[in-house]
Ligand binder design. Structure first.
Ligand code: BGC
Length: 628
């Protein structure tokens, strides 16, 4: 078992839906008369329980699910079932939790949520797709819809019904460690692919056994924070977006009307602030804009412990109480945080470990008249709308993992779509003397670079572990080196050295360079140059007299320095996931290069944030991509 994330630290035969969802903004409220009746029967404790989401790893006693009438459980990054991390382990923990919820007086099923952000990425053997930055380069909404549909199918194979995806952030500063979670710096592309992802996840009927509830995140301005304003680790993550309202809307709101129109059932407010006000506590943003103006009828789920930040922790130790069972320090006015957030319009709270305290405090706030019952009823109505629409409340969908879907989990059909997505996400940046396509009968290819034979590096963050990790992290995938070996003729000699040594005599060098896995908080970097080790590997192949192809595995454009000049050919492969053969399909000319950059590629750190970058001064501009 992996440890629970301590936020306080540093701080799918493809049933591909081809039709756009027939969702009008009112489809979610179709069952409101029945919901009203159900809400009318609920006690305050039952209502507050629906609004509470603990993390699996923080549940003190599993009977709490029953006794506290919990509406949801999440598995945050790294919060795996205790016994293991396989399809069977996940299916069992889902079923155990669901069975407890079904024992409550009203037997309202539990909505289990997970970060399935590039496939069902917490589970061993799941197909891992390219992260959104790569999908942005495909500029192919139909493909993104298929990718998300397979993700939904693999999620549902474990019984789980809710994916915290898509991320419709519009990153403007690639030093941010979550840049790769965004489809593009271009708001219009984010809107188009975000809507496609919602259609893929939710399908045309949310009660279908292959549909998962989606979650557009993080509202609003998560990708627009000002450098140096981070409230956690790093420089940008969870920081402050300092923009006037017109600019905020024009850039950072783009994904939301599109996702709502596509029927997205949940939205996650951002940790970040807008001009100093935390989004998770802003009544203007959550209620006036999202619910009233945009007509969002689903429910809002707060981010992981995000509401805890609404009132700054007291600096004076005496004013801080240590109140939860885990012994973590809780701000003295956690209750105030709850009041602000719920009154702002938050419907369900990712509490994640202090759920008992959350429940008693929210009940007190209602009794004291500080949170109106009407607000509680609105929140519960919205949560039950999603449960109704997803078929959980009227027996339309089985509340158990589906054996048919389990047979498709990690299947070759699913991997084939991932492989196509990888190929279409590649961007050919340079191809001198037509180095590419590589002949499959090249006599001797020397491969170098520490990212060439590492599945963990090519999957990136949010894979098996929250932050991801290098190495052989999951079964069933193909590294780029293995894919090269599979692509060439039997006569071709393929040799490999991480550092580029012993390459002399080869006809071609391929160096796979890149970044080590990271995710939120820890992925912020002030310097984005290629590692010395990677630059050295390229240099040593050039010194050996080889023509060199450089493949970049990264969650953002990197500062390539003289490697851009030294490389005879250059390919951006982003974080492609488990299907390395998608890379070699294009390198060896089985499929064409069609990808176009979803982000501008700067020459130097001085051109970051991207607002400092004039298109004609970029190393490669937004939309760039060679073809052959
Ligand atoms: C992230 C979200 C994620 C949530 C649950 C948060 O830290 O910001 O994107 O959905 O954790 O793991």
């Amino acid at each position: 078992p992996r440890p629970l994330r301590h936020r306080s630290l540093a701080l799918a035969a493809l049933l591909v839906p081809s039709l756009a969802i027939a969702a009008s903004p009112s489809w979610l409220s179709a069952n409101d008369p029945q919901i009203r009746e159900l809400v009318g029967k609920m006690t305050l404790a039952e209502k507050v329980g629906q609004m509470t989401q603990p993390d699996l790893g923080a549940i003190k006693d599993f009977n709490d699910i029953k006794n506290l009438h919990l509406g949801s459980v999440l598995s945050g990054g790294g919060s795996d079932p205790k016994n293991g991390n396989t399809l069977a382990d996940w299916s069992k923990i889902y079923q155990d939790c669901q069975n407890l919820a079904l024992q409550t007086r009203l037997a309202i099923p539990l909505l289990y949520g997970i970060d399935a952000v590039h496939g069902h990425n917490n589970v061993l053997g799941a197909v891992i797709f390219p992260h959104n930055i790569g999908l942005g380069c495909t500029r192919n909404p139909d493909l993104v819809e298929k990718v998300s549909h397979i993700t939904a199918l693999e999620v549902r194979a474990t019984g789980i019904q809710w994916a915290f995806a898509p991320c419709v952030t519009v990153p403007h500063d690639i030093r941010w460690g979550r840049t790769y979670e965004g489809f593009s710096e271009d708001p219009a592309l984010v809107a188009s692919l975000g809507a496609a992802a919602v259609r893929g996840l939710q399908g045309t009927d949310l009660s279908s056994k292959t549909a998962a509830v989606g979650c557009a995140k993080h509202f609003i301005g998560d990708g627009g924070t000002t450098y140096g304003t981070a409230t956690q680790d790093g420089w940008l993550d969870q920081g402050d977006t300092r923009l006037d309202e017109a600019t905020l809307r024009a850039i950072h709101m783009a994904g939301y009307p599109a996702a709502i129109k596509a029927g997205v059932a949940t939205i996650m407010p951002s940790y970040s602030s807008w001009n100093g006000v935390k989004c998770s506590g802003s009544k203007y943003l959550l209620t006036d804009v999202l619910k009233n103006e945009l007509g969002f009828e689903g429910f809002l789920i707060s981010d992981y412990n995000a509401i805890d930040q609404l009132v700054a922790p007291a600096k004076d130790a005496a004013a801080v109480v240590s109140s939860n069972a885990a012994g973590q320090v809780t701000p003295a006015d956690y209750k105030k945080c709850i009041e602000i957030s719920i009154n702002a319009g938050m419907d369900m709270v990712m509490v994640t470990d202090r759920y008992r305290e959350f429940i008693s405090s929210l009940q007190q706030l209602v009794t004291e008249g500080k949170v109106p019952v009407s607000r509680i009823d609105d929140a519960v109505t919205r949560i039950l709308r999603v449960k109704f629409a997803s078929g959980m409340l009227n027996g339309k969908t089985a509340l158990a993992p589906d054996p048919e879907l389990q047979k498709m989990f990690g299947s070759s059909e699913h991997r084939a779509i991932a492989r196509q997505a990888v190929t279409e996400s590649l961007v050919l940046l340079k191809n001198e003397k037509q180095l590419l396509p590589i002949s499959k009968s090249t006599r001797h290819i020397h491969v170098a670079g520490r990212s060439a034979d590492d599945l963990g590096i090519q999957c990136g963050g949010w894979t098996i572990d929250w932050q991801g990790k290098p190495g052989d992290i999951t079964p069933g995938g193909t590294t780029i080196l293995a894919a090269i070996r599979k692509s060439v003729s039997t006569e071709t000699k393929v040799t490999f050295s991480k550092d580029g040594s012993e390459a002399a005599g080869a006809d071609l060098g391929i160096v796979v360079v890149g970044e080590e896995p990271y995710a939120e908080m820890k992925g912020d970097r002030s310097e984005l140059s290629l590692s010395k080790e990677d630059a050295e590997a390229v240099r040593s192949l050039k010194t050996a007299g080889l023509k060199v192809l450089v493949v970049v595995i990264s969650g953002r454009p990197l500062i390539l320095g003289d490697v851009a000049d030294q490389a005879d050919a250059l390919v951006a492969a982003w974080l492609p996931g488990t299907e390395g053969q998608g890379v070699t399909d294009a390198l060896f000319g089985t499929s064409p290069f069609t990808g176009k950059l979803s982000f501008s590629w700067p020459r130097s750190m001085a051109q970051i944030p991207l607002s400092n970058l004039k298109a004609n001064e970029a190393l490669f501009p937004l939309g760039f991509g060679l073809r052959f």
